[in-house]
Design a protein around this ligand. Sequence first.
Ligand SMILES: Cc1cc2nc3c(=O)[nH]c(=O)nc-3n(C[C@H](O)[C@H](O)[C@H](O)COP(=O)(O)OP(=O)(O)OC[C@H]3O[C@@H](n4cnc5c(N)ncnc54)[C@H](O)[C@@H]3O)c2cc1C
Length: 413
Amino acid sequence: MGRVDFDAIVVGARVAGAATALYLARRGYTVLLLDRDRFPSPTLSTHLFFTDTLGALRELGALERVLAVDAPRLRWLRFPYVAAPFPEHDGLDFALCIRREVLDTILLERAAAQPEITVKTGTRVTGLVWDDGRVAGVRYRARRGRAEGEARARIVIGADGRHSFVARAAGAAEYDLVAPLFAWYYTYLLDVPLDDPPSATAFSGPFSEVGAEYAAAFLFPADSGLTLVGFGVEHRAFVRFRRNVRANFFAGLRSLPEAWERVGQGRLASRILGTGQLPNLFRAAWGPGWALVGDAGCHKDPHTAQGMGDAVRSARLLVTALDRWWRGEESEAEALARYQRERDTELRPMYDFTTFRLQAQVGDEIWERFNQLTWEDAELARRRVAAMTHALHPAEVYTPNAVRQTVAAATTS
Ligand SMILES: Cc1cc2nc3c(=O)[nH]c(=O)nc-3n(C[C@H](O)[C@H](O)[C@H](O)COP(=O)(O)OP(=O)(O)OC[C@H]3O[C@@H](n4cnc5c(N)ncnc54)[C@H](O)[C@@H]3O)c2cc1C
C-alpha cells in the first residue's frame, strides 16, 4: 500500500455515511467524510424512523439531541395491511419523523466534533484513485472551485445513495433487481390535527384519474408542528401522475376520505416533492479497497420505511468487519465477504416483503390468508410491526417458512 492519509474515506455524509464515520471513530480510526451538499440541507426522502434507528443514534451519542427536537412521539403504525403499537426496544417505544435537514445535520455535527473525523462538505467526489488493481483513494472538487484534491485511505466507502458514484466507478455488480414499484410524492402541512395517540398512518385505494389500481396516502406528524403528507401511485401510473403533480396529488388525497378528513384542515407549508426513480436492488458490498453502505449497497422502495434503519445497520456491520481486518483477525477479503453475507441476511426479509418477492414466493392464496389473519389476530399484527422496526428479527415473520407456518398454525387451531 502506498501513501495513506486516513484509515477510511467515506463518500456521502448523511445517515449511512455519518453513522459509518462515527462507528469508525469510536474504535479510534481516522476518517475523511465528504459530501457534495452543504448542511443543513434536505434530501428527497420522507423521514419515518423506528426504534432500530433510535438505538443506533444512542450508540453514536446523537440520541439526546434528536429527542430534544420538537417532534411528536408516534405510538402506532396504522398501515393498510397492519395496525399495532410500536413495541418497546431497549427502553424506546415510539417512532419519529424529523425532517432530514434537521436529523442529518445533528449526525453530521456529531461527526465533525470527533477528533478522528475530518469533514468536507460542499465537496464532490469526482474519481477513484486506483493503485495496482485496488481502490486507494478519491479525487474531489469543491462545489465552487476548479482545483481538484486527492486523498488516500485503506478503504473508500460509498455512502453516496441509490445512484452511488462509488458503486459505478468501482463496477459493483447488482443482483436481485426488482423494477420500480411506486412513485411517491410528499409535502408539509401546518395545522393538521394530531390523531390520538399520534401515529404514522397510511390509507390506500385506487386512483382511477391516472389509471392506478393501487395508490396510497400517508400522514406522518413531523417536527416543528408540520405534518408530512404523502401520496403515491403504482409505478405504471407514474407518467400520467407527473403530468400535473399538484392537481393529481390533491385529487388523490381527496379520493381517500379518511386521509382528506385530516389533510383538508391543514395549510400547505412547502412545495410538493417526489420521484418515481426508486430502483430495488442489492449491490456487491465490496471489492479491493472499497465498500458500500446504506442505499448505495441496497435500495428498495420506501413504502416500508426501512431505508434509514438499513443504513445504520449496514454501517455497524461494515465497521465491525473493517475492525476485524485491521486488527489482523481476518484478511480484507474474509472480513468484507462476511460483511456482505451478514448485510444480506439482515436486509433480505424486509427487502423481499417490500418488493413483493415474499408474496410471490408463498403464492397469493397464502399471502391473502396471512393478511386476513393480521386483522383477526392482534398478536400477529404486533409481531409484524415488531419485525418492521427490527425489535424482532424480520426473519421470524417475513420469510416464506414463517408466513406458511403462521397460516398453517391458524388453519389447524
Ligand atoms: C421519496 C422517498 C421517501 C423515503 N421515505 C423514507 C422513510 O420514511 N423512512 C426511511 O427510513 N427511509 C425513507 N427513504 C429512504 C431514505 O431516504 C434512504 O434510505 C436514506 O436516506 C439512505 O441514506 P444514505 O445515507 O445511504 O443515502 P442518502 O441519504 O441518499 O445520502 C447520500 C449522500 O451522498 C452524497 N453524495 C452522492 N454522490 C456524491 C459524490 N459524488 N460526492 C460527494 N457526495 C456525494 C449526497 O449529497 C447525499 O448527501 C425514502 C426515500 C425516498 C426517495
